[in-house]
Structures are given as structure tokens and as C-alpha cells.
Ligand binder design. Structure first.
Ligand code: HEC
Length: 126
């Protein structure tokens, strides 16, 4: 009986070593495994996006672009999927002043800035 007990506990150890070592992945994390961070995103936004999109995301004052920078608080933007907005920030929008940020920002930084853009939604008023 004691031998069976030892074998069982050995088996349990082997099984838990096989599955315990980080086999499970957090699917909500970005491709690199890092969670998007809106606080870092706000810093990136202030440095790179604010001059066109403004402090509140509704467009910088006195900017004259055709078309105007998108209102990031609007439902038209906020109702879009993360992947679609990520691609826009990454690749830019042709024939507008919205450039491709993939050369200046890493994928993680784009996810961070997108997380911040998502926080602008609540400030769009009632
Ligand atoms: C030089 C000015 C400028 C800068 C800097 C800029 N944008 Fe834009 N952005 C624009 C313009 C212009 C548009 C296009 C508006 C339109 O198509 O009507 C736009 C559009 C967008 C859109 C909507 C894209 C779409 O598919 O309609 C998003 C999201 C966006 N910008 C996010 C950002 C973020 C995040 C940054 C900083 C990393 C940034 N922008 C920096 C000018 C700028």
C-alpha cells in the first residue's frame, strides 16, 4: 500500500511540473504579454498626438488641417474595434495628416496610447 502511495504522489508531482510552469496564458494581454497601460499612454499622447488631437481628444485649437484631426471622443471613433484603431495609428490614414506611427512607436506603445484614447470616451459629456 505504501508503494502505491509513493507512485501516486510521484505522478502528481510530474503532472503539476508539466502544467504549472507558465503553461497558461493571459489572453487579454497584448502580443508581447504586456498589459496596455493608459498612464504610459497619456505620456505618449502628450508627446505625439496632442498637437493635432488636443488635450481632450476633440482637436487642437487653432489647427488648420483638411480634413481636421478626428474627434477621438466621438462615437464614430470609440465604437470602432481595438484592432481597427490600432491599425490606423500603426499605419496612418492615407491623404490626411495622420501619419504612420509604427516608425516612432513600438507595438506596446501603440497599445498604451490606444488604452489612453479609450479613456477619452467618458469625457465626451452626457
Ligand atoms: C499632424 C497631426 C496629427 C497627429 C500628430 C496625430 N494625428 Fe491622428 N489624425 C489626424 C488627422 C488629420 C486624422 C484624420 C481625420 C479624418 O480622416 O477625418 C486623424 C485620425 C486619427 C484617428 C482616426 C482614424 C480613422 O480611421 O478615422 C485616430 C484613432 C487617431 N488619429 C489617433 C492618433 C494618435 C493616437 C496619435 C498619436 C500617436 C495621432 N493620432 C497623432 C492628425 C494627427
Amino acid at each position: 500500500m505504501r508503494v502505491v502511495g509513493i507512485i501516486v504522489s510521484l505522478l502528481i508531482e510530474i503532472v503539476s511540473a508539466g502544467f504549472g510552469g507558465g503553461g497558461l496564458k493571459d489572453l487579454s494581454a497584448s502580443s508581447s504579454g504586456k498589459q496596455a497601460d493608459a498612464v504610459t499612454g497619456r505620456e505618449i499622447y502628450s508627446n505625439t498626438c496632442i498637437r493635432c488631437h488636443g488635450i481632450d481628444g476633440k482637436g487642437a485649437m487653432g489647427i488648420r488641417l483638411v480634413p481636421k484631426p478626428a474627434d477621438l471622443t466621438s462615437p464614430g471613433i470609440q465604437n470602432r474595434l481595438d484592432a481597427s484603431l490600432f491599425k490606423r495609428i500603426h499605419d496612418g490614414k492615407p491623404n490626411t495628416a495622420m501619419g504612420a506611427w509604427s516608425t516612432a512607436l513600438s507595438d506596446d506603445e501603440i497599445w498604451d496610447v490606444l488604452a489612453f484614447v479609450r479613456t477619452l470616451k467618458q469625457e465626451s459629456g452626457p
